[in-house]
Design a protein around this ligand. Structure first.
Ligand code: S3P
Length: 166
């Protein structure tokens, strides 16, 4: 059984790297945000705006619980999934956790024109990214078996590096 779980801030490339990794390992790929949106029948941004963060996190926790019990797979998680200790514990127990690490400055360059992430729809998204980084970096480190520089190489090379560690 091989279950690889990707964590990291928004824009760190969890979905891109996860999809490529899954293809090269010939494993199914799941993206918790995509699963959530298809079940909700609307975007996370719209759901978040109407129902608030707590309701979103409750929904996300159920989806993470379910997806971390699939068989062998690669799973990309939402950037805030590590906030709940229950999610962190399930990830650690059920898979190999890979943290794609990037600085707020690097992420800002990637997310400059983003309209999808509700937490970044603020007047100063850079300050918000810095806050998210400070809050979550210790949690990503706590849960991760391996950490990789998300921006230091092309996606294909990064996938090769991850594969060599697994
Ligand atoms: C969130 C990140 C998003 C998504 C939701 C909340 C967060 O996922 O789950 O908007 O709290 O950082 P990505 O990391 O895939 O952008």
């Amino acid at each position: 059984m091989e279950r690889v779980i990707l964590v990291g801030l928004p824009g760190s490339g969890k979905s891109t790297i996860g999809r490529q990794l899954a293809r090269r390992r010939e494993l199914p790929f799941f993206d918790s945000d995509q699963v959530i949106e298809s079940r909700l029948g609307e975007t996370i941004r719209a759901f978040f705006a109407r129902e608030g963060e707590k309701t979103f996190r409750d929904f996300e926790e159920r989806v993470i619980d379910e997806l971390t019990m699939q068989g062998s797979c690669v799973l990309a998680t939402g950037g805030g999934a590590v906030l709940r200790s229950e999610n962190r514990q399930r990830m650690r127990e059920r898979g190999v956790v890979v943290y794609l690490r990037a600085s707020p400055e690097q992420l800002m360059r990637r997310l400059r024109n983003d309209t999808k992430r509700p937490l970044l729809q603020v007047a100063d998204p850079m300050a918000r990214l810095q806050d998210l980084y400070e809050e979550r970096e210790p949690l990503y480190k706590e849960v991760a078996d391996f950490t990789f520089d998300a921006c230091g190489s092309s996606p294909a090379l990064l996938v090769s590096r991850v594969m060599m560690q697994l």
